[in-house]
Design a protein. Structure first.
Length: 363
C-alpha cells in the first residue's frame, strides 16, 4: 500500500499539471491561481519548478543591494506602517549627506554595486536635496546603480532624480484593489495616483519595482489574484513582496502578521509568471524567522538587500516590529549573508545586477 488514495493521486497530478502550465505559459486562469494559492500540498513541486526557472535564467546568482534607510520622517499616515506620521512613539532621524556617502563608501568596499536609498516621504528632502545627493553618488560611483524608494512624487520630480543619475525606483502598489487600498490608507492617498507614479517612472526610463504585503489586514485571495494581474499589466523589473508584520503603534496593532508559507508560495508563483524579474527575499520575510530568507531564495527569489544604514539608526527604521539585523555592522552583515546564501545553494555576485532581458518583452 502506498498510503495514497486514487483521489490524492489525481489531485496531485492536476496540481503538477497546473504548475507545468504556469511555467510554460506564465499565466493561469483566476480559478487555477486560486487553487495554487490555497493548496499547501503543492508547495514542494511549486518551489522546485520556481527554482528550476530561476536557475535557467539567473543560474545560482544572487544579487545584493545595499539598503540605506536615510530618513524615517514621513508625511503619510499608512495604517500598517510604523513610521507613519501620527506615530508619536517613533523616534525620528535623518542621515546627513556625509552619513549617506559614508554608507556608500563602506558598501562599495564590501562589493555592493547598487545603493538603495529608502525613506519616508520626508519634506526636508526637497527635490533639490535629493538631486544633489543622487548626483554626488553618481559622480563617485559611475559603475553603480542608484535606486530610490521615497514614495509618490510628481512626474517632474521623478524626471529630475533620473536626470541627476538615479536609474531604479521601488514603489510597491501595496494592493491592486481600490476598496482594499482605501482600507490600508487614509483618504488623501489613492491607488490611481500610485499607478500614475508607476506609469511616469516607466515612461521616464527607470527600472521599476512594485509589490505588495502578504496577509495585510482585510486582504482576500481574490485581492492577491488582482495583485498578480496588476503586475502582469505593469511588467515591472523588480517585484518585492513580504509578509505584513504587525506594529503595536499603528491602528492595525490588533491584526495578526501575514503567513510565511503563503509568502513563499507567492514568490514561487511570481518567479514562474515573471521569469526575468528581480525578486528579493525581503527583510520582512527574514523577520518571521532568520532562515526564511533562505527559504525565499529556494522558492525563486534572486536578490537580497542587506542594510548599510549606520547601526546607530537601524532600530529606528521600524516599519514593523522585531526587524532583523539591526545590531550588526555592514561588514558583519555581508559576511553572514554570504554564508547563508551559500548554505542555501546559491552564490552572491557583486555585479550591478540588472534584470536579464526577456525575449518576450514588448510582444
Ligand atoms: N515611503 C516609501 C518606502 C516605504 S517602506 C514608499 O512609500 O514607497 C517600504 C515598504 O515596506 C512599503 O512599501 C510596505 O510595503 C512595507 N511595509 C510598511 N509597513 C509594513 C509592515 N507593517 N509590515 C510589512 N511591510 C511593511
Amino acid at each position: 500500500m502506498s498510503g495514497f488514495s486514487e483521489k490524492d493521486v489525481s489531485a496531485g497530478s492536476r496540481g503538477a499539471e497546473l504548475i507545468r502550465q504556469l511555467a510554460e505559459t506564465r499565466t493561469l486562469s483566476d480559478a487555477q491561481l486560486k487553487t495554487l494559492l490555497c493548496t499547501g500540498d503543492l508547495d514542494a513541486l511549486l518551489f522546485q519548478a520556481a527554482d528550476e526557472k530561476r536557475r535557467e535564467i539567473y543560474g545560482e546568482d544572487v544579487y545584493i543591494r545595499g539598503l540605506i534607510e536615510f530618513t524615517n520622517y514621513c508625511r503619510n499616515n499608512c495604517y500598517y506602517c510604523g513610521i507613519r506620521r501620527d506615530n508619536r512613539q517613533a523616534e525620528r532621524y535623518r542621515l546627513s549627506t556625509q552619513d549617506i556617502l559614508d554608507c556608500c563608501a563602506e558598501g562599495y568596499r564590501l562589493g555592493f554595486r547598487t545603493f538603495v536609498l529608502q525613506g519616508g516621504e520626508d519634506p526636508f528632502f526637497t527635490d533639490a536635496r535629493i538631486c544633489a545627493l543622487v548626483s554626488e553618488i553618481r559622480q563617485r560611483y559611475p559603475d553603480c546603480a542608484i535606486t530610490l524608494s521615497i514614495g509618490e512624487k510628481p512626474r517632474e520630480s521623478y524626471q529630475a532624480y533620473f536626470d541627476a543619475g538615479a536609474n531604479r525606483y521601488l514603489l510597491r502598489h501595496e494592493t491592486a484593489n481600490d476598496r482594499h487600498y482605501g482600507m490600508l490608507h487614509p483618504d488623501c492617498m489613492s491607488l490611481p495616483n500610485r499607478k500614475r507614479c508607476h506609469r511616469d517612472l516607466k515612461e521616464i526610463g527607470y527600472q521599476v519595482g512594485s509589490g505588495f504585503m502578504v496577509g495585510s489586514p482585510y486582504q482576500t485571495t481574490d485581492n492577491l489574484i488582482e495583485d498578480l494581474r496588476f503586475l502582469q499589466s505593469l511588467q515591472p523589473h523588480m517585484i518585492g513582496i513580504g509578509p505584513y508584520i504587525t506594529h503595536a503603534d499603528t491602528p492595525f496593532a490588533a491584526f495578526p502578521s501575514g503567513s510565511l508559507s503563503l509568502t513563499l508560495r507567492l514568490i514561487a508563483i511570481l518567479r514562474l509568471m515573471f521569469p526575468y524579474a528581480l525578486i528579493p527575499a525581503t527583510t520582512a520575510l527574514g523577520t518571521i524567522h532568520p532562515q526564511d530568507r533562505e527559504l525565499g531564495l529556494k522558492a525563486g527569489a534572486n536578490v537580497v538587500m542587506p542594510n548599510l544604514s549606520p547601526v546607530s539608526v537601524r532600530r529606528l527604521y521600524t516599519l514593523y516590529e522585531n526587524k532583523i539585523c539591526t545590531g550588526e555592522e555592514a561588514a558583519q552583515c555581508r559576511g553572514c549573508l554570504e554564508r547563508r546564501v551559500h548554505a542555501a545553494g546559491y552564490r552572491i555576485v557583486t555585479a550591478v545586477g540588472d534584470a536579464a532581458a526577456d525575449p518576450l518583452a514588448g510582444r
